[in-house]
Ligand binder design. Structure first.
Ligand code: ATP
Ligand code: MG
Length: 278
């Protein structure tokens, strides 16, 4: 809570003031990124600059994902542009895109040119999707296997993909045409015999959403089906991305506050105070 954060901050402040990098890193990185973000947010620019130099781009990315995306612009502007680009590259692509949508076009272009190629391509692809569609909230860091693999081969593959995947709980199965043909949960993988085929174990009735689907509809589906993630496909059933339940919670919050603003706007018209100035 807040009190605890204050105490941690008192320790960290000393470490920063005395240039004790190791002590700062030990105390700060022990916190959950959510709490790191709360501490970072409350600091002045000179302290923030110091924090950037003490942390890696990956460590900064971890807590930036826990700051409202319409509030991070000043942080990415004050950072060294190369460092900022690296932070974006380390972020989950869908979160980076949320922030890019808040920045001006020239700034986005300059970040994309200094960013490492693969990360830039991923973000560029996602930037094309229209706001508030499935495509705009999905991420491309998912795990796929081929139907013809054995469980053992799939597990070996999953292990190499796991560090960068948004979730490892569902592995999606594609055929030779790269079409989505199945899904298998981590539980199913673990309880299967190594020599079984993926095609024997996978669930073939895959629930998916199309890339242009409205985000509100996607949220409804995640709620109704209770999956931790939903696959996103194009009109030919090619797997393009996944939407995880944590992204859906952000959507629900956004939609709820949109609805609230609309309500507030309506009731404003009728309020006696407003009428007094009419
Ligand atoms: P269970 O709840 O049956 O014990 P689980 O805990 O392993 O399974 P859940 O997240 O509850 O996993 O998912 C239930 C089942 O739904 C899993 O077998 C999983 O393969 C399957 N599944 C996951 N995503 C989809 C999807 N998009 N469409 C259809 N089935 C899916
Ligand atoms: Mg379950």
């Amino acid at each position: 809570d807040d009190q605890e954060r204050q105490e941690v901050w008192a320790n960290i402040k000393d470490a920063l003031f005395n240039d004790h990098i190791d002590q700062f890193r030990a105390e700060f990185l022990e916190l959950h990124p959510y709490d790191q973000a709360r501490i970072f947010e409350g600091r002045d620019v000179d302290v923030r600059m110091q924090i950037y130099t003490y942390l890696s781009p990956e460590e900064v990315a971890d807590f930036m994902e826990h700051i409202d995306y319409d509030e991070v612009e000043p942080f990415f502007t004050e950072m060294d542009p190369r460092f900022a680009a690296q932070v974006f590259a380390e972020m989950s692509a869908d979160d980076a895109v949320d922030i890019f949508n808040e920045l001006d076009k020239a700034k986005v272009a300059s970040f994309l040119t200094i960013m490492d190629g693969e990360a830039a391509e991923e973000i560029k692809d996602l930037l094309h999707y229209e706001e508030k569609t499935a495509g705009s909230i999905m991420t491309t860091e998912f795990v796929v296997v081929k139907a013809g693999m054995t469980i053992k081969e799939a597990m070996v593959h999953l292990r190499t993909e796991a560090p960068d995947a948004e979730t490892i709980y569902y592995t999606y199965v594609i055929n030779e045409d790269k079409r989505l043909v199945g899904v298998i949960s981590l539980r199913d993988l673990i309880i299967s015999e190594e020599e079984w085929m993926i095609s024997d174990v996978m669930n073939e009735r895959v629930v998916s959403v199309s890339v242009g689907e409205d985000q509100e509809e996607v949220a409804r589906m995640v709620r109704d089906y209770d999956f931790l993630a939903l696959p996103v496909v194009d009109f030919q059933d090619h797997l393009l991305g996944i939407i995880t339940v944590d992204d859906i919670m952000d959507v629900m919050e956004e939609e709820a506050s949109d609805d609230y603003s609309k309500l507030a706007a309506i009731s404003d018209v009728d309020s006696p105070d407003d009428n007094a100035f009419a």
